[in-house]
Design a protein around this ligand. Sequence first.
Ligand SMILES: *Cc1c(COP(=O)(O)O)cnc(C)c1O
Length: 377
Amino acid sequence: MKIDFNRPFATGKEFEYIRSAISTAHLSGNGQFTKKCQVWLEQQMRSRKALLTHSCTAALEMAAILADIKPGDEVIMPSFTFVSTANAFVLRGGVPVFVDIRPDTLNLDESKVEAAVTPKTRAIAPVHYAGVGCDMDAIMAVARRHDLIVVEDAAQCILSNYKNRPLGSIGHLGALSFHETKNIISGEGGALLVNDERFMQRAEIIWEKGTNRSQFFRGQVDKYTWVDIGSSFLPSEILAAFLWAQMEDVASITEQRLAIWNRYHAKFAEAEKQGLFRRPVIPADCTNNAHMYYLLARDHAMQMRILQGLKAKGIQAVFHYIPLHSAPAGRKYGRAHGSMQATDRTSETLVRLPMWVGLEDRKVDEIAASVIEISRQ
Ligand SMILES: *Cc1c(COP(=O)(O)O)cnc(C)c1O
């Protein structure tokens, strides 16, 4: 029996909404479905402004422009993240400064951020791994003391909170992903959340290719023109229509993912007590959106044994990430600040298990039994 690592989920309403988009004869960006999605995000995320993008990567690129990153400016971020967190700033000449993660949540270690601040530091880019929040109070306090802009990489965070605040809405800017591997999807897709008023107008201009087109359609200017740098960051209405179907169902999607997450978690409780591996940690002030289920193996050899053992049984499991500080481009464009011990250890021991809506209980049980059996050998 083959078990996929991920399977994109469709709610069934996607075709209807795409058909409706086609019938309105507006298929470029910023049409009725884009507006529906953006209003939903603004309400759900309690954000001043949401702009749909064609990826989280694009939203992070917009954030780097808004943060006014200039060549040589430093941005503090974890090394244990996806490449886009760093690339977005490097594209503007910025220098990623990698700080180690906490061994419990695998998020940026807030106690090590301030020591990495230099006169060149402009921004902090915390990543909420597996949809579980960083210590944002501590990170925002460092940002205030040094006048830094906080860009949350909230790619994995839809419907997840830190101290009752939606992740992505706490920093000055936040970036979400709707890539097919995330909780709600449009194949490729993302959104920029603008939480600080001072960035609202410029965000819209950068989004629409550096023009004041949105102001023109609101009647605020009598013709529209090139006013700033920008790019085509808008997704087509076809994608927004698809995404709208997913947004309508986000509560049920999250519930179904949580059921799978909780089933894994219960199955592994005893094995964790016996020291076979460690389960995810959700701090008391954070919620869990069941973006991911992972285990931390005892050591690297055991990580490889679990991955290979599952593969032999037809179960796809994967690791995460090659730390950016040790990747070729990370060494070229960024630098590590201090020890990367927790980052390196996590990369060498983490195993991500299959997690998708439709994964049956008996398959979860089979995966869990296989992992435990391999870990005992
Ligand atoms: C998925 C992901 C991204 C990239 O999202 P895209 O929408 O594919 O560009 C960035 N950062 C993190 C932490 C992610 O998990």
